[in-house]
Design a protein around this ligand. Structure first.
Ligand code: FAD
Length: 445
């Protein structure tokens, strides 16, 4: 068993997409990086619909070939069934040449971690960070090694906290604030042999998933709950995101969680049709609640928060992994610049905080239930971020909000800068009715 060093340039907490990104980029630039993860990879993780923006990060991380080889399901775009209206968008219509994916997160995250190791990161799994020490010029991280039962401390110049919902630094320093606009519970599980929806509105049988690309399906439940349907290599991930009243009703169901979950999914219009021939995989249900929070501080002298350790919102726009990659990248850049120009480290900390807060604000307001923003200052911050995005990226976000009936959330930004014409995208379509399974074949035969 390799010994955990007592010293490093940088300690990264967590080996999810944010941590592996920050660690990889810094090790590749020649810094001694130690990454600690309390889990052993591959480890369970939700968040399987990935936006096509990932490729620009995969190229920089040297991970593109490994991800391509993994053979994840390529998706065509999105289908939303919202308040009785079916809308679709196709990612190729937004200028993305490389495909968007449905990934098994256990496998996807492990690939990123192993690539980071290949690029020089010293990663230790089953090692839990208990505490960080951020006062003074030398920082340190206290850990417990679950493999040996030993405890230890690593001194370093910088700490990147990418511990996901564990949010080590934000919890320890009291920076974590739950988001009162987004209080949801999520329950998800897996099915074999589910039908799916292709672009154009055809319902396809499971066996066709590599031939005819599936869309990620989002079906609204009541006012602001929703259900996802994500076709993967061996199974289909189906999840419920429930507002508080819906969560209370779901919990009061009485029987076993698995049975309640399966029944609830099969009752959702269209999702129930897709699951007609599907078999629920026993033991595959997981639940998480009240998971939205905002940061009050994103960085300080010698430390940075990346990915979910910084903030989290309703995953309606499938932006969690891309945001983890972005914030991991931003943390690596800030650390690198601070090493190179120590006199300016306060400046780079500030740049990181500003850019990441702007990105998180855009991420947040685009995901809120329509018209429900208790933090109006987010609009101006989000605008700054949107102004940096390409026209295609702006349009994609607009189409995503349009699909799920919340484009009004972007209206305050449009009022501040009419060039961001979030009100005129035509890159999505309404689908009058889905084409039932086998109907196209019957027509042809
Ligand atoms: C219900 C739900 C659905 C979602 N759907 C999507 C989706 O479709 N698309 C999408 O892009 N995103 C989605 N997300 C969001 C996405 O899963 C996250 O944004 C993403 O995983 C964040 O990556 P990360 O690297 O910040 O954290 P994580 O992937 O959570 O990694 C954090 C790592 O830190 C480790 N860790 C935690 N505490 C400690 C500690 N004390 N010491 C050492 N290690 C520690 C953990 O073991 C873990 O490996 C969803 C999230 C939820 C909850």
């Amino acid at each position: 068993m390799e010994t955990i060093p007592g010293k490093a340039d940088v300690v990264v907490i967590g080996g999810g997409p944010a941590g592996s990104t920050a660690a990889n980029l810094l090790a590749h630039r020649g810094y001694h990086v130690v990454l600690l993860d309390q889990a052993r990879h591959p480890r369970l993780m939700v968040g399987e619909s990935i936006l096509p923006h990932i490729w620009k990060y995969m190229d920089q991380l040297g991970a593109a070939e490994d991800i391509e080889k993994a053979g994840f399901i390529k998706k065509a775009g999105g289908t939303a069934i919202w308040r009785g209206v079916i809308r679709q968008m196709r990612l190729a219509d937004f200028g993305f040449v490389r495909p968007s994916l449905h990934v098994e997160r256990a496998e996807f995250d492990e690939i990123l971690l192993r690539v980071a190791e290949r690029r020089g990161v010293q990663a230790f799994e089953e090692v839990v960070v208990r505490q960080v020490h951020v006062e003074g010029s030398e920082k340190s991280v206290s850990y417990a090694d679950r493999r040996s039962g030993q405890e230890g401390r690593i001194t370093c110049k910088f700490i990147v906290d990418a511990s996901g919902q564990g949010a080590v630094i934000a919890n320890q320093l009291g920076f974590r604030e739950f988001d009162k606009d987004l209080r949801f519970m999520s329950v998800w599980g897996y099915y074999e042999n589910s039908a799916y929806i292709a672009h154009g509105g055809s319902i396809c049988e499971w066996g066709k998933r590599r031939e005819i690309r599936p869309t990620t399906v989002q079906a609204g439940i009541g006012d602001w709950g929703w259900c996802w349907h994500i076709v993967q290599k061996e199974s289909t991930s189906v999840g419920l995101v429930l507002a508080p009243a819906q969560a209370a009703e779901f919990k009061s169901g009485g029987d076993k969680l698995e049975e309640r979950f399966d029944r609830a999914c099969r009752r959702i219009p269209i999702i129930g049709d897709l699951l007609q021939e599907a078999r629920f995989i026993p033991g595959s249900v997981h639940a998480i609640r009240d998971f939205a929070y905002r940061p009050t501080q994103l960085a300080g002298d010698g430390w940075f928060l990346a990915g979910d350790a910084a903030a989290f919102v309703d995953p309606i726009n499938s932006a969690g992994v891309v945001t983890a990659l972005y914030t991991g990248y931003a943390a690596a850049s800030a650390v690198d610049e601070s090493f190179k120009k120590p006199a300016s480290r306060a400046y780079y900390t500030e740049v990181f905080s500003t850019l990441v807060r702007q990105r998180l604000s855009l991420f947040r307001i685009s995901a809120l239930p329509a018209g429900q923003n208790s933090f109006p200052e987010d609009n101006a911050l989000a605008l700054k971020c949107a102004q940096l995005d390409s026209r295609d990226e702006q349009e994609l976000l607009f189409a995503q909000t349009q699909l799920t009936d919340r484009p009004g959330n972007l209206a305050p930004m449009h009022a501040m800068d009419p060039r961001l014409n979030y009100t005129s995208s035509t890159r999505y379509q309404e689908v009058p009715a889905l084409i039932p399974l086998g109907a196209e074949l019957q027509a042809a035969g």
